[in-house]
Design a protein around this ligand. Structure first.
Ligand code: C2E
Ligand code: MG
Ligand code: MG
Ligand code: MG
Length: 277
């Protein structure tokens, strides 16, 4: 009985895997076509100084709208882009688009506005990454000190030596580095200190917990305290309620991004939003 059960679960698993691989390959081709046909675009979510309500910058987020008008969520297609290597070209394009828009915003008078761009592991560890960053900054004439690269904690763990070198080079170019989704990746604290990053982004999951009786936002509070003792800036992601904002401020976190303030906006909507703010 146990044996037949084993066999059936095994065949179920392979069938399922075949579907999954076929689906991934289909999506990879569709993504490449979308990129080549310029059906990918970048939206920008404002980042706020909660003390003043002013926007300090924005995070560039990639969007894919298929020909039949459906949006594919980044959580679905970014892993495919990473797995297929497409992320290297797509990521470079996002970076250049974001740098270009940053300069436009500065020209419109939003000086000091910062632009954060997500960078995947596969991009970051690519031998030509630093060169493409340098070229993006040169070609677009975006001010490097207003460009912030978001890396994840898991990247911080794979190859520490390479990471430290790459970060030093990025800082030499004048750009900033933040750790995205902080608190989800189990990076060691001594390692964090060595990395010398500029900012931590508190993962949305910990912001979401604020107000729960069981947790009382204790992890978010710990991350704020950690950033203070390491002298690193901190921003909360996914702030949706006034209560979350107030609690975060009481912890000493002054920067936030979330639906409470604005959803990710197209570049024209961002310009309008900033003008009317
Ligand atoms: P992320 O970098 O952590 O981005 C924050 C995500 O939280 C975004 O999801 C944003 O739309 C969402 N968000 C912001 N505020 C709120 C809120 O108040 N409530 C809720 N429920 N969600 C909020 P999005 O745009 O779907 O992106 C998901 C992930 O895909 C990103 O997470 C990032 O890891 C990845 N991604 C997006 N664009 C790029 C890109 O250009 N390159 C790379 N490598 N990854 C990207
Ligand atoms: Mg991010
Ligand atoms: Mg995040
Ligand atoms: Mg994320």
């Amino acid at each position: 009985r146990a044996k037949s059960h084993q066999r059936s679960s095994f065949s179920y698993f392979t069938v399922d895997m075949g579907v999954e691989i076929r689906e991934r390959v289909r999506m990879m081709h569709a993504l490449r076509a979308a990129f080549e046909n310029e059906r990918l675009f970048v939206v920008y979510q404002p980042q706020i100084d909660m003390r003043t309500g002013n926007a300090i910058g924005a995070e560039a987020l990639l969007r894919w709208k298929t020909e039949d008008g459906q949006f594919v969520p980044p959580d679905q297609f970014i892993p495919i882009a990473e797995y297929s290597g497409l992320i290297v070209d797509i990521g470079e394009w996002v970076l250049r688009s974001a740098c270009f828009e940053l300069l436009e915003l500065h020209k419109l008078g939003f000086s000091d506005f910062k632009m954060a761009v997500n960078v995947s592991q596969a991009q970051f560890s690519h031998p030509l990454f630093l060169q493409s960053l340098e070229r993006a900054l040169q070609d677009t004439k975006a001010p490097a000190n207003c460009v912030e690269l978001e890396i994840t904690e898991s990247m911080a763990m794979t190859d520490p030596e390479l990471l430290i070198q790459t970060l030093q080079h990025i800082q030499h170019l004048g750009a900033q580095v933040s750790i995205d989704d902080f608190g989800t990746g189990f990076s060691s604290l001594s390692h964090l200190q060595k990395l010398n990053v500029d900012k931590l982004k508190i993962d949305r999951a910990f912001v979401n917990e604020i107000g729960d009786k069981s947790s009382e936002g204790s992890i978010a509070k710990m991350i704020v305290q950690l950033s203070q003792s390491l002298n690193i800036k901190v921003i909360a992601e996914g702030v949706e309620t006034q209560q979350q904002a107030e609690t975060l401020m009481s912890y000493g976190c002054h920067f936030a991004q979330g639906y409470l303030y604005a959803k990710p906006l197209t570049k024209l909507d961002l310009r309008n939003w900033l003008s009317s703010h």
